[in-house]
Structure formats: structure tokens, C-alpha cells
Design a protein around this ligand. Structure first.
Ligand code: ATR
Length: 290
């Protein structure tokens, strides 16, 4: 029986997930399709009903529905519980189980494609939204030594720290993005992760870097989870400063691969998924899409 998987979110824009997931399903000759279902706020409960009734077989959930998804499922993993957010739902009959594969996607991208073991390091994380929360938790689980969390709006950074306090036994320092102290924090760190939308095509500040280029250095791995464009201003400054760099596509593919495993119980072709993701992003350049 043919299966249907889907991603819901708003706006979904040029989501890469359908291209990446469909390539994986087709290459394995699975009788299944993966579609994009743009879903404005207020319409997500109809999608969850469709899933429960078997019109859909599995869902990926992106902004702004991850918290609602968490509340809708019958059970969830411990990671999803800590984050209060679900990005993958697996259906077993009418029973829905929620996962959060963002955490795994970040951790595995860092280790596999960044050759970076976060154990014992000091990391700076920029941003305090849902992605930052998953990344801070992933670094906590990996026993990073300390985290400096820098955000434009300090109340949001403090809210993240408070929300994670019970789950993590680690001190997290909070800074403003324009705090001079942040320069010293970055100088003393080996990992800098950007989770803000600064530098993202179509975002609020596509031509800007979240931190000045002279704050970057050659002992740093700069991981920008933005994947559109591939070369964000931050990644380009980091390369000029001699930092190693990692973009967001690897994380997107690995979190998608984790969803795929949950749905199909099979091992997805990660190299192929990366290849089609890279090709789609390269086509953005030709088509002027963002
Ligand atoms: P995600 O789920 O991807 O983390 P989000 O929850 O919308 O997305 O979080 C967006 C992040 O980008 C926030 O940290 C936001 O900062 P604020 O808490 O100050 O809003 C950050 N961000 C968005 N636009 C920004 C800008 N122009 N300058 C600096 N930070 C920005």
C-alpha cells in the first residue's frame, strides 16, 4: 500500500525536505511519496487529524507548529519532552509518537561532517529560538564544558536558560549580541554556532553577519545552521579568518534521515540526500530563488 509522508509549516517556501526525502524513498524503491503541505497557523489540527485517520503516514513539522505537535501526540521521546517541541511524528494505527530529530541532526553533523567532538569545549551559541534550544541541549548531553548564549533580545535568552535549567547541569552565560565581552568569549571558544536568521536569504538581514568578522579566528569551527544561501556572510567571513566551517544542509539532511529511519525502519542513503540537497541549493543561484 502506498504511503504518504509530508512536511507541514508556514511559510514552507522552497523547503528542501520534499526533494531530499523523495530522492531517498525513490532510490530504495519504497512505494511512498513525500509532499509539502503549507499549513497556516490555525489549520494544523486538520493535518494532525488526517494523520491520525491514516490519510497520512508520517509528518515532519516545522515553524510554527512544533509546539502544537508536541501537545497533539500520544507519547514522545525524552528529548522532545525537554524541548517541548516535536519535528517528527510516527503513526502506528491511530497512535501518534513524537520525536525531535533536530538534536540528533546537529550532533551528528558536528561530529561526522565537522569532525568535531563537543565534549569538554566552550561553545558560543547565537540566537535563542527553537533551534538554539535543541542545540544547547545537544551540547549539554555531549558534555560540553560551558556555553555562552548570545541573543539580540536578552529576555528570550534568559527564558531559554530557565527552560533548560532542570534538564542540564551546566552553566550558561547570557550575552547581548553586541556585547564586547562576546568577542572575548569567542576568542576563548572552539565552536561558534549561529541559529539566528541573520544572513538567511529572504530573512530580516540577508547581507549581514551576526558577529563582526574580526571576532573570528583560526581555532574556531563556525557552524551556521542557515543553509540558504550556502555561503552566508558569516561563513564567508569565517573562511577568510581561517576558521573551519559547516553549513546547515548537513544538519537538515541528518535530521531528515533520522525521521526517515523512524518511519520506514530502514537506513536512508545519506550521501544521495546530501547530493540532491546541494544540487537544489545550487539551482537557487541559477533561478534567483531564495
Ligand atoms: P528557530 O526556530 O529557527 O530558532 P526562531 O525561534 O524564530 O527560529 O528564532 C529566531 C532567532 O533569530 C532568535 O534568536 C531571534 O532573536 P530575538 O530573540 O531577539 O528575536 C534571532 N533574530 C531574528 N532576526 C534577527 C536580527 N535581525 N538580528 C539579530 N537576531 C535576530
Amino acid at each position: 500500500m502506498s504511503r504518504t509522508y509530508a512536511v507541514i509549516g508556514w511559510p514552507l517556501g522552497h523547503s528542501l525536505s520534499p526533494i531530499i526525502q523523495q530522492a531517498a524513498l525513490s532510490s530504495m524503491n519504497l512505494d511512498a511519496k513525500y509532499i509539502a503541505l503549507p499549513t497556516p497557523p490555525g489549520e494544523e489540527s486538520a493535518r494532525f487529524d488526517d494523520l491520525r485517520q491514516g490519510k497520512l503516514d508520517g509528518l515532519n513539522i516545522t515553524i510554527p507548529h512544533k509546539q502544537t505537535a508536541f501537545n497533539v501526540v500520544d507519547a514522545h521521546t525524552s528529548e522532545a519532552a525537554v524541548l517541548g517541541a516535536v519535528n517528527t511524528i510516527v503513526r502506528d494505527g491511530p497512535y501518534l509518537r513524537g520525536h525531535n530529530t533536530d538534536l540528533y541532526g546537529f550532533d551528528q553533523a558536528l561530529r561526522t561532517f565537522g569532525s568535531f567532538d563537543p565534549t569538554g569545549v566552550q561553545a558560543v551559541v547565537l540566537g535563542a529560538g527553537g533551534s538554539a534550544r535543541a542545540i544547547v541541549y545537544a551540547l549539554g548531553l555531549a558534555n560540553a564544558r560551558s556555553i555562552v548564549l548570545a541573543n539580540r533580545t536578552s529576555v528570550n535568552a534568559h527564558a531559554l536558560v530557565t527552560a533548560m535549567a532542570t534538564a542540564m547541569d551546566m552553566s550558561i552565560e547570557v550575552r547581548a549580541l553586541d556585547d564586547q565581552q562576546l568577542q572575548e568569549d569567542i576568542a576563548a571558544s572552539t565552536l561558534l554556532v549561529n541559529t539566528t536568521s541573520v544572513g538567511m536569504a529572504g530573512g530580516p538581514a540577508p547581507d549581514q553577519s551576526p558577529v563582526p568578522k574580526n571576532w573570528l579566528h583560526d581555532q574556531l569551527l563556525v557552524f551556521d545552521i542557515v543553509y540558504r544561501p550556502v555561503l552566508t556572510p558569516l561563513v564567508s567571513h569565517a573562511q577568510a579568518a581561517g576558521s573551519r566551517t559547516l553549513g546547515g544542509l548537513e544538519m537538515l539532511v541528518l535530521q531528515g534521515a533520522a525521521s526517515f529511519r523512524q518511519w520506514t525502519k530502514q537506513e536512508p542513503p545519506v550521501d544521495l540526500m546530501l547530493k540532491v540537497g546541494r544540487r537544489a541549493l545550487a539551482n537557487d543561484l541559477h533561478n534567483g530563488a531564495n
